[in-house]
Design a protein around this ligand. Structure first.
Ligand SMILES: Nc1ncnc2c1ncn2[C@@H]1O[C@H](COP(=O)(O)OP(=O)(O)OP(=O)(O)O)[C@@H](O)[C@H]1O
Length: 246
């Protein structure tokens, strides 16, 4: 498992021309385990989506991510009412290998069953996703990630609303991926968890307020700056590029 370095340079990401991420530069080293933290609205999910190729940069660039990324989106962003069985959700993890029109091989199905077993969902193959609890659904999405087998794994609030046992088991998977040499980047709000489990941290408040070893980034001074920046955000903040357009 040899992921490439991911480098972002002067990265600006906007929604309706309002910057959600502003002139961020830095690198995710191959095989690093990084927490992305910051206040609500700091641009964390937007950054992850851009790393996954789902949001085109409005300024600057991202290098090294294309074709090697698997994304776990925020659970709230997903439609669980869709009538589909658990095994089929996991099989979507093979999409990059099989493409849209090729049949899934028997080996592919076995891998999907093994992934379900690895997250404690043996016997759930035919269950409709709508019948799962929040924790079971998150386990299912981790099974899909297992099948994707990507060198870079992006997790958006992976432990939200989980009981301690489920969170611990999914955290163990994160450490397994890190141990295998994958690059893992996770958006998190629990700073105690970040301090305990994540060696690197990117502190985002639209601008980058710190990026490096967690103890050096999560200082009281940096956290205060992040809070102050969040309080100063105004909906009427200048739209990206507006000055150029004037
Ligand atoms: N699809 C969208 N359309 C318009 N604005 C958006 C969209 N998605 C996000 N934003 C805005 O971009 C900013 C950053 O949002 P983002 O979801 O990236 O923040 P976040 O740090 O992940 O927040 P949270 O911790 O609350 O999940 C916010 O001001 C948000 O309202």
């Amino acid at each position: 498992m040899t992921p490439a370095e991911i480098r972002v340079t002067g990265l600006t990401l906007a929604h309706a021309r309002r910057p959600a991420v502003h002139h961020v530069s830095g690198r995710f080293a191959p095989g690093s385990l990084t927490a992305v933290v910051g206040p609500n609205g700091a641009g964390k999910s937007t950054l992850l989506r851009a790393l996954a190729g789902l949001h085109r940069p409005d300024g600057g660039r991202i290098e090294g991510a294309a074709g090697q990324v698997a994304l776990l989106p925020q659970a709230a962003a997903l439609d669980r009412a869709f009538p589909i069985a658990c095994l089929d959700v996991v099989l979507f993890g093979l999409w990059a290998e099989t493409g849209p029109f090729r049949a899934i091989s028997r080996a592919g199905r076995e891998r999907a069953r093994a992934a379900l077993a690895a997250v404690g969902l043996s016997g759930f193959e035919s269950r409709p996703v709508g019948s799962l609890s929040a924790g079971q659904f998150q386990r299912l999405l981790f099974a899909r990630l297992l099948l994707q087998d990507a060198p870079v794994i992006l997790l958006d609030e992976p432990f939200n609303a989980l009981d301690a046992k489920t969170a611990a088991e999914l955290l163990a998977l994160v450490h397994r991926w890190h141990g295998e040499g994958r690059t893992v980047i996770a958006v998190l709000h629990d700073l105690e968890l970040v301090r305990r489990e994540f060696p690197e941290t990117l502190l985002l408040a639209r601008d980058c307020l710190g990026w490096g070893p967690t103890a050096e980034v999560l200082t009281a001074a940096n956290r205060l700056r992040a809070r102050m920046m969040a309080e100063a955000w105004a909906e009427e903040a200048e739209a990206c590029g507006r000055r150029d357009a004037a």
